[in-house]
Design a protein. Structure first.
Length: 280
């Protein structure tokens, strides 16, 4: 089976928007290296349609922000080359004080806790700054909460839910509105022997009860919209770990969560990204 590879060079502020659109178009996964995003599609798709959609994305970004430099290179890859591309893109990476995120083809012998993530569908492989920051804050604040119930809101690959189980939370639930993300999460739960973690399709309104900690690695606008819901689902003294916030947008998110009766105790910066720790 052949695959289509699209390598798109674009300025950093636009890469997250572009990555989300590529996944919506049916990308099997994306990898960000240097100044480019590489996206893989099955050989059955029409590459002309993808190129057309990428042109529409550029036009939309230009209407919002002015001229956008975007260079696109398309090629076809045989199956073996595609697999090797993935293996080069997803190498082990440390997250927090105790975790190392590894792909399933690595035989890890280190002293840290391994989290195995199959990057076959890239809904969060642990290489992104926001994912690593979430784990740092989860580690830091888990000892200060009851560790009875944990919610991973927008679970993606299930990575944060798997980490929460290792941090000692007795009940761990992951939810996501994307059915493909749920498939990826179930696959990774099995790889990590974490089948006790509950993962299902839905939004925060579909979850019952309250939680000692909620992790939400989303985007600023969504965090603002969900601030009240997140607060209401936290137990008194519980912590919310909020990420996916670009620098310059954090004050607006903090204002929203404070209106929702949460106190932001920490802003963690990693490059252009801000992550928040907020207590109920």
């Amino acid at each position: 089976m052949d695959y289509h590879q699209f390598t798109i060079t674009i300025a950093e502020p636009f890469r997250d928007t572009l990555t989300r659109r590529l996944m919506e178009l049916g990308s099997l996964g994306t990898a960000e290296q240097d100044a480019a995003i590489t996206a893989y599609f099955p050989g059955s798709i029409d590459p002309g349609e993808v190129l057309k959609e990428l042109g529409l994305v550029r036009s939309l970004l230009e209407r919002l922000d002015g001229p956008v430099a975007m260079d696109i290179v398309h090629s076809r890859l045989p199956d073996a080359d595609w697999n090797e591309s993935w293996k080069k893109s997803f190498q082990p990476t440390d997250a927090g004080a105790r975790f190392t995120i590894i792909p399933p083809w690595i035989d890890y012998r280190g002293g840290r806790i391994p989290i195995v993530i199959d990057p076959g569908m890239a809904f969060g492989t642990g290489h992104h700054e926001t994912t690593r920051s979430c784990i740092v804050l989860m580690e830091r604040y888990a000892p200060s909460v009851g560790r009875d119930r944990f919610l991973d809101l927008g679970t993606g690959t299930g990575l944060l839910a798997i980490a929460a189980r290792s941090l000692g939370f007795r009940t761990v639930i992951g939810i996501d509105t994307d059915p493909l993300a749920i498939e990826a999460a179930h696959r990774n739960l099995a790889l990590n022997h974490a089948e006790t973690v509950e993962v299902y399709e839905g939004d925060i309104s579909s979850v019952e009860g309250t939680f000692d900690m909620i992790a939400a690695n989303l985007i600023s606008g969504t965090l603002i919209e969900l601030a009240k819901d997140i607060s209401e689902r936290l137990r008194p003294g519980g912590m919310a770990v909020l990420s996916g916030i670009l620098r310059g947008q954090d004050d607006e998110v903090v204002a929203a969560v404070e209106r929702a009766a949460l106190e932001c105790t920490e802003r963690l910066r990693d490059g252009k990204w801000i992550s928040l720790a907020c207590r109920r």
